[in-house]
Design a protein around this ligand. Sequence first.
Ligand code: NZQ
Ligand code: ZN
Length: 393
Amino acid sequence: MNNFTFYSPTEFVVGKETENQVGTLCAKYEATRVMIVYGGGSAVRSGLLDRVKVSLAASGMEMCELAGVQPNPIDTKVREGLELAHSFRPDFLLSVGGGSVIDTAKAIAVGYHYEGDFWDFYAGKAKPAKALPIGVVLTIPAAGSEGSGNSVITNTKTHVKVGIRQPMILRPKFAIMNPELTLTLPEWQTASGISDMMAHILERYLSNTPEVQIGDRLAEGMLLAIMETAERLMENPNDYDARANIMWCGTIAHNDTCSLGRVEDWNSHAMEHEISAEYDVTHGAGLAVIFPAFLQYAAKHNAHKVAQLAHRVLGIADSGNAEADALAGALKLKSWLHDTLHMPVTFAQLGIEEPDLELLNTRLHNLKGAILPGGYMPLDAQATMEIYKLAME
Ligand code: NZQ
Ligand code: ZN
């Protein structure tokens, strides 16, 4: 196991009606002027936003609102938010929504104290030194941004979708997670979220670092629990306990609990971000297309961890041939994503009949370099093209 530092200060408040604590939690973290950030309307339609505002008002908070964050959030919305923030001067940002809303708030949080354009951080030209504090009322278990130090934004001019990772300043102060709020999710969003959290676990699981048994077993246990619970949820979307388990799993899948002390991969995410940047597809659905293709490629080129996954999680018997078992595991996961989660597993099923693979691959390597530096399997342009092509089948 490698050395590590783990700083995860977020207070998680999980359970029914917990959104009514948002005012007291903001006060606890010394907020007085709260800028609320939310999405395209689900929080308004469900009445959640009103309940949040009542709770904030009861704790004496001044408020302003940034509405209309879209999935695959964009730089122009961040700039709109920064303009509002500079006139309102909040001392706290409250995200009411999912990854897109939280990531937009995080971008505003780092941009607020910076004289230049916030995109400098995402372009790697500057490193944020401080951020406004953030709180979250989570409405969709998926991206795990409520517990992560990451923010992913798309540049509308260049179609570059890229993340920053700053856990020391960007992990939220608190995250309110009421599973009841997720009962309004359409099946597509529920399933895409599950696909995303599984990918977050796999990006960490696929590692060549030896002697990481705790992380491996945590990851395997979470994947087994997600798959069992997801099957229940697909049958009965109103199953509160299934919703609760999935919601908590989305957080620990991505707050680094299972990746401490190891080198992680993250090449599948880089490959998917090119797809959602160009075609504006749902991130978790894009991963359902890319991840099985990536695992099929890995079966040929670095099978050991995929074979372990196949044996311990996917029910493939150990034949003594790691490559064959890894391939069987990859195909089993692909079928499960398609048959149980009803996710697309090819570009065509994702609604992209004729993807411009050359464009995706060129942008990918322009952004990440000639070799994608994945910790499990570095990939050159030929390798990533092979994976994109496997995702056509
Ligand atoms: O905008 P509204 O109307 O609220 O609708 C949203 C949106 O259309 C809807 N929704 C959310 N909660 C709902 C609901 N609909 C009904 N009932 C509810 N309770 O769901 C849609 C998707 O929301 P979004 O916030 O985009 O989902 P998600 O949490 O999957 O976030 C995706 C974004 O996060 C990034 C992705 O790339 C993508 O841009 N990621 C962020 C990460 C991070 N910060 O750590 C890591 C991830 O790997 C990921 O890259
Ligand atoms: Zn993801």
